[in-house]
Write a protein that binds this ligand. Structure first.
Ligand code: RUB
Length: 308
């Protein structure tokens, strides 16, 4: 896929989910470097243009920004086209490899929190949350899943089919049924698009309502997230942009008057008070440890090189 095709596939949600879009963006940069035969300046310019296209494809998930920073790390000072190519390819492969391994670690760590007989509720379609559920199932734990439909894109359909294919008993509900079923739920598992330096979770619209309902019912609410979903730019006071998409996604073929305003915010913010724990590849951490993850795990390369 060319960079334009990758950016378009992310924008149109053919490629979706914060982890997948980050890996796709990084792969596109890697392919530019691998295929390039010009001099250092033209390679740097092509990479820079590609970076802009990828970053403008979807605004909310910081995974995309962190992936691009990782791919381009240390490249600007290199003396030749060959050294730039080598570095981008090496960085990209390292990021993608780490990201894929993180899924396995999150699955194993999170599965320890699932007990035999648990009912788990999940929202939208998160690779990280599903990795936990599938791992617990593979370990032979009996569990049932309740999955929300996740209007308007209905990513819940992907979730339920994926789980059914693995043999996990799964029930689909409409988003507004969450409170009605919460009494039979033992654990909520969701993914993350961005986690701010103060531990606020940005994830699929409706996540914050589920967190409130879980809190009311005293049901643990866990966020499954690779560390590259934590946002260095929020340390500098930047706000997370919540993507708003078109009205057609909401109304479909319904006969809605043009005089009606339709809003389609795609993500929402869940405060750390409603989050019991975050399952990351470095372990279970409290949301209030987000600052430390950004400073100590992502580290100064992500923070200071990119933000003067
Ligand atoms: C997907 C979504 C997912 C996170 C985490 O939204 O909100 O919960 O991206 O996913 P969309 P993952 O469908 O709009 O991209 O764990 O796969 O990274």
């Amino acid at each position: 896929m060319s960079v334009q095709e990758t950016a378009e596939a992310i924008r149109s949600m053919e490629i979706r989910g914060a982890g997948r879009i980050a890996r796709a963006g990084v792969r596109a940069l890697c392919e530019i470097a691998e295929a390039h035969s010009g001099d250092r300046e033209s390679l740097l310019k092509d990479l820079d243009d590609a970076k802009e296209q990828i970053l403008s494809s979807r605004p909310t998930a910081i995974s995309l920004w962190n992936g691009v920073q990782a791919a381009m790390h240390g490249v600007a000072d290199l003396p030749s086209a060959e050294s730039v190519k080598e570095r981008v390819v090496e960085n990209s492969r390292a990021f993608i490899g780490r990201s894929e391994r993180a899924m396995g670690s999150i699955g194993r760590i999170g599965a320890n929190r699932i007990r035999d007989g648990d009912v788990v509720l999940t929202h939208c379609n998160s690779h990280a949350a599903l990795s936990v559920i599938k791992e617990a199932h593979r370990q032979g734990k009996r569990l049932e899943v309740i999955a929300t439909e996740s209007r308007p894109w209905r990513q819940g359909v992907i979730t339920v089919n994926e789980l059914a294919a693995e043999g996990v008993p799964v029930t689909m509900i409409v988003d507004s049924a969450v409170r009605s079923v919460m009494r039979s739920v033992d654990l909520v598992l969701v993914g993350a698009d961005t986690i701010t330096s103060s531990g606020v979770l940005i994830n699929k619209i409706g996540t914050s309502q589920i967190a409130l309902i879980a809190s009311e019912a005293r049901v643990p609410f866990l966020v499954c997230s690779e560390t590259y979903k934590f946002s260095p730019v929020t340390l500098f006071g930047e706000l997370v942009e919540i993507e708003e998409r078109g009205r057609a996604e909401i109304i479909g073929d319904a006969d809605v008057s043009e005089n009606v305003e339709v809003r389609n915010p795609v993500f929402d913010a869940t405060p750390p008070e409603y989050i019991d724990s975050m399952v990351t590849e470095i372990g279970m951490i409290p949301p209030f440890a987000a600052y430390e993850v950004i400073v100590k795990i992502l580290g100064p390369d992500y923070i200071f090189e990119n933000k003067e």
